[in-house]
Design a protein around this ligand. Sequence first.
Ligand code: AGP
Length: 606
Amino acid sequence: MCGIVGVLGKGPVAEQLVDALKRLEYRGYDSAGVATVENGHLGRRRAEGKLRNLEDLLKRSPLHGDTGIGHTRWATHGKPIESNAHPHMTDLVSVVHNGIIENFRELKEELIAQGAVFTSDTDTEVIAHLITRELRAGSDPIRAVYHALKRLKGAFALAMIFAGFNDLMIVARQGSPLAIGYGKDEMFVGSDAIALAPFTDEIAYLEDGDWAVMTRKGVAIRDRNGNAVERAITRSLATALLVDKGNHRHFMAKEIHEQPEVIGHTLAAYVDLATNRVDIPALPFDFARLTRLSLSACGTAFYACLVAKYWFERWAKLPVDVDIASEFRYRETALDTGGAALFVSQSGETADTLATLRYCRAQGQHILSIVNVRESSIARESDAILPTLAGPEIGVASTKAFTCQLTVLACLAIAAGKARGVIGPALEAELVQALGEVPRLMATVLRDEKPYEALGHQLSKARDVLYLGRGSSYPIALEGALKLKEISYIHAEGYAAGELKHGPIALIDENMPVIVIAPRDDLFDKTVSNMQEVAARGGRIVLVSDADPSSTGCAVAAYLAVPPVHRFVAPLVYAVPVQLIAYYTAVFMGTDVDQPRNLAKSVTVE
Ligand code: AGP
């Protein structure tokens, strides 16, 4: 996962930059670099591999500037080679970036047509050239950055320094977190408070859309419209061990908000957004030769497997068996010799999942697992692992790990479709590009939580709640019900919308909130019919959709707007609304959101 740092120091900052980057190593990376302003000029050192390679380079060829930025890169666009390592720069500006610039291709073509010379395959380099074009047109750095930011589409965090400006750094946050550290006549910026812990514990977290002009005397923060805003300075408890809540009330809230960033980092490990191609590590089996794939997990991870069933069968034409591990392990089902079994687990320690893995191994299956903890038992007993890069998930209710699991499963389904000859280059590019838009789409949902707060207040009075969804939204209905019940203790049930008339419709009355997960896809109209059946019986409908409620012909009690999404990635984006619904309901219930009663983060016993 990429990490960015910046220092406006009292002396040479290269060593401080590397020290801060070392505290971001836990995020994973494949190259690193620093840049400083020295005698008015920008200097840069970059190295592939671990930070010690950068340190060795700086010993051989030091940088002396006291204004600088640094970066650890996990390649999203372009191979992990030195020329793609950050910082990216021109002679006027140097920039480090964490996230995804979705429209970088059109910007790159525009800039090349105007004479810009690119030296990397990255999306980040377009930012350096955009700002340079503004500077050469006569803007000062602040105006240049303001205009450049208006052109960028995606989720990103940025730090920039400028030739000729020794007491200036401009930073921006759009979907990926950024923390400002306050020192004595020195200032700092980092991807999180852990990076800044050696320098200061006085931290202000930028909000989405913020950008800030930093000097050694202080910071001027502006919102996306250029209006001056204040961000609270908190005392950070961050150490390498204690992951802190940032400026959130609960770990669960922080982890919901981390999703745009960690989805970007997880994607980076499995796709190349410069070419819109999947890039999956070698697997212990050939998808082309599989007749069936078995998926198994527990809880939220099982719902990720249910979504994956729709993806593998629709896009790869690969039949999939999915079952909860506690049932799979005792069914003694017959499995094709040489078949493949895929296990999904955040902790990698869930007893039922591990036992099912061992059952499948005994049945001669190739074992693949998707885990968030690489050194876990399930990982160690797998033939191959596909890690999620969600970072530590502290809240018992799984959120960012779930959407990172979906990200890996989506990439795997594309790879399976390619191997089985049913996904060609054009469709591959379409699906990968859709995945590349997910961080921004999630950030858009997270921009306005007021409707969720209002709904949470209403739902906190409910006794039962019903969630409905069709197709790949059905598992999201199940996940939404699980989220609500496990942290608010309100009984909730997820149902396939098409099943309403087969029983649950008997539950419908004015006391039963019905939450309908309905992206405007080819099943939307059928789900609208179910909404009308609910409305006709006085049910209180909460519509979660990109469709305008008026198009349904139903009166809805609440409407949670989601931006239009490609049908392939709807489960990823619609996971955020159901997480927020559960979170705010639990907050109003006054339950222990991060440590709900009776629950453990990892169920290591049967
Ligand atoms: C998710 O919100 C729950 N905490 C729980 O269902 C969890 O997903 C399940 O126990 C599986 O855990 P794992 O992913 O670590 O295997």
